[in-house]
Design a protein around this ligand. Structure first.
Ligand code: ZN
Length: 186
């Protein structure tokens, strides 16, 4: 079943990249997937496998969007070489909050996240993930999907490091269809 354009995308391989993907289609018609506070609460439940949506208020939504755009600029291949001081400061201001702590289950095979279930803890978790990505070995493997309508970023963990698409079925195929149409347009 094709995804609705407002469905969340989890193709980035990193929490902070999936968070950045809550604003989609950045180059043509932006799709705001965090339209109301409840969307943010639901995103955290899905992204972190929480037992329930986080309670979110309009203020939290504003904070989330601001952090999201800072993360996007800091990580994106086109802008990451020149980090803005204000983006770094915003990231740090969230990373300083307590994030979710992992708790191992008694059988030692699954994990639950514990903390006060707040948007602040969620944004702290995103900010810390972004810092880890920015200062670790995978940053240079962060790419943007090659399909021209798609602005999703992902970590290319493939051995050759030549992954082009956020998702082969979605964007790879759409690209092929477009190339085919162009070639047969005359
Ligand atoms: Zn894509």
């Amino acid at each position: 079943m094709p995804q609705d354009k407002f469905d969340f995308r989890f193709r980035g391989g990193r929490l902070c990249l999936d968070f950045a993907a809550t604003l989609g289609g950045r180059y043509r018609e932006p799709v705001e997937r965090l339209a109301v506070p409840a969307d943010l609460g639901r995103w955290f439940r899905l992204a972190l496998s929480l037992p329930a949506d986080l309670p979110a208020q309009p203020r939290g939504l504003d904070d989330a969007r601001a952090l999201r755009e800072a993360v996007h600029r800091l990580v994106h291949p086109a802008t990451r070489a020149k980090p803005a001081r204000s983006d770094v400061e915003l990231l740090n201001s969230w990373a300083v909050h307590p994030d979710f702590a992992p708790e191992l289950s008694p059988d030692a095979r699954s994990v639950t996240l514990r903390s006060a279930r707040t948007v602040e803890a969620g944004l702290a978790t995103v900010a810390r993930d972004a810092i880890d990505l920015l200062t670790g070995p995978w940053l240079e493997r962060v790419r943007e999907c090659a399909f021209s309508d798609c602005s999703l970023m992902f970590v290319d963990t493939s051995r050759p490091g030549q992954r082009q698409w956020c998702d082969m079925k979605a964007c790879g195929n759409r690209h092929k269809v477009r190339q085919y149409r162009k070639a047969h347009a005359r």
